[in-house]
Design a protein around this ligand. Structure first.
Ligand SMILES: Cc1cc2nc3c(=O)[nH]c(=O)nc-3n(C[C@H](O)[C@H](O)[C@H](O)COP(=O)(O)OP(=O)(O)OC[C@H]3O[C@@H](n4cnc5c(N)ncnc54)[C@H](O)[C@@H]3O)c2cc1C
Length: 386
């Protein structure tokens, strides 16, 4: 075998990049391998809400809270100082079911009692500029925004990270002393491997139930910065995170103002994995609702429409941890619509695993809930290598 790597991180999305950065920061030897290059998957075609408000109560909300706090720390003069932007968020309702979703949101944040709080709850007067269809608004403080590609680039900007792309991983064969990787250019050996391949995971590990869920987004031209000082999100977006989004009467629109003066507007949830499928009806529905609730948008032109594909799991939780029968292979995948938000914390904790250290004790139970072992049909008898 020509090359011997110490830790190989497979996948240069935001999760793989965050993991590699934490390994390199701790003096570890790490190589990142990607079939295309940084942010070629979901991390390059997504929104970037670092949000607790949108998470299901329980494990996800607790991990998102911890990740938000850690992201803020990394943004204070650290690696994410140019990537993470703190900003308020407004959730709005235009019909009864959305008002109920706002009630649940306020109750959830009160129960969490963490760094994200419902700061104000009232009528449309709470945010000047919203359209007349908006009945109620809840203002959230404490969250922020981070585009996936800028976070990925920031994490990878470290001289200790070896970059290997374009280089497709064809097979992963663990044994007692390490892992053999079959790449396009030949076979390499690694002591330990982190699988952060997003939707590339099930091809190599068919037992892991990761499936594609697409989402369409669009971007406007530039205008005055600051007219909308934070994200404006339909309460139906909260419903779409946990219920069948195709049954919603209105699209779960999110209007995110970018630092450039553009708006990033998304996003649908569709059960397919084709990033080239951008359909006019879905776009039109998103655009119409966005312009209704934020009428200033009608002065803007759409300059780009695109689709990204989330990696969804069977039980709605990411898959993170060593394979039960092959502990030198650590999985970090299945982040659906939450990977940007969770990347800082998951990167730090997966780096700990790759370096052979214990997880943060306060997070141990929540991290244990993400173990890939929960999908092993017959523990001890499955074939993990692809
Ligand atoms: C429309 C949309 C909106 C979203 N909005 C948000 C949001 O507001 N907040 C949030 O937190 N998250 C959001 N997400 C989710 C977020 O984008 C993802 O969870 C996150 O980017 C996943 O990162 P990753 O590193 O796990 O995977 P990816 O970014 O998909 O990276 C996987 C990498 O693996 C590489 N790869 C795959 N197979 C192979 C192979 N065989 N060999 C070598 N390399 C391979 C790919 O090239 C890719 O670069 C959104 C996603 C979408 C699609």
């Amino acid at each position: 075998m020509r090359t011997k790597l110490d830790i190989a991180v497979l996948g240069a999305g935001v999760v793989g990049a965050a993991t590699a950065r934490h390994i390199a920061d701790r003096g570890g030897r790490v190589a990142v391998i990607d079939a295309t290059g940084p942010s070629a998957g979901a991390s390059g075609a997504s929104d970037g809400a670092v949000s607790v408000a949108s998470k299901k109560p329980g494990t996800l909300a607790r991990l998102a809270t911890a990740s938000l706090l850690y992201t803020r720390q990394l943004a204070t003069g650290g690696v994410l100082s140019h990537a993470f932007l703190p900003r308020p968020a407004w959730y709005f309702a235009t019909r009864d079911a959305e008002e109920q979703a706002l009630d649940a949101l306020v109750a959830k944040l009160r129960a969490i009692d963490g760094p994200v709080q419902a700061f104000a709850d009232g009528g449309s007067a709470l945010l000047s500029g919203v359209g007349p269809t908006v009945r109620r608004i809840v203002e959230i403080r404490g969250e922020g925004h981070m585009t996936g590609y800028s976070a990925t680039a920031a994490y990878l900007d470290h001289p200790g990270i070896e970059r290997r792309w374009p280089e497709k991983v064809r097979a992963i064969d663990p044994d007692i002393s390490g892992v053999t990787l079959t790449l396009d250019s030949g076979r390499v050996r690694a002591r330990r491997v982190v699988v952060a391949l997003g939707l590339g995971t099930p091809r190599l590990f068919p037992e892991l139930p990761v499936r594609p869920r697409a989402g369409q987004l669009f971007v406007t031209d530039r205008g005055p910065v600051g007219r909308l000082p934070g994200a404006l999100t339909a309460a139906s977006y909260l419903i779409a995170k946990t219920e069948d989004p195709t049954r919603l009467p209105e699209p779960p629109v999110v209007i995110d103002p970018l630092a450039t003066g553009q708006y990033l507007i998304g996003s649908s949830r569709e059960e397919h994995g084709d990033p080239s499928r951008v359909d006019f009806d879905t776009m039109l529905a998103l655009i119409r609702r966005a312009a209704k609730v934020w009428p200033a948008l009608s002065e803007r032109r759409v300059i780009r429409a695109f689709a990204g594909v989330r990696a969804a799991t069977a039980d709605g939780l990411p898959i993170v941890g060593p394979l039960p029968d092959a502990p030198n292979v650590i999985i970090a995948t299945g982040f659906e619509g939450d990977g940007i938000c969770l990347s800082a914390l998951i990167g730090r904790e997966v780096a700990q695993m790759a370096l052979g250290d214990a997880p943060d004790a306060a997070l141990a139970a929540d991290l244990a809930a993400l173990t890939p072992a929960r999908f092993a049909a017959e523990p001890g008898r499955h074939q993990w290598a692809g």
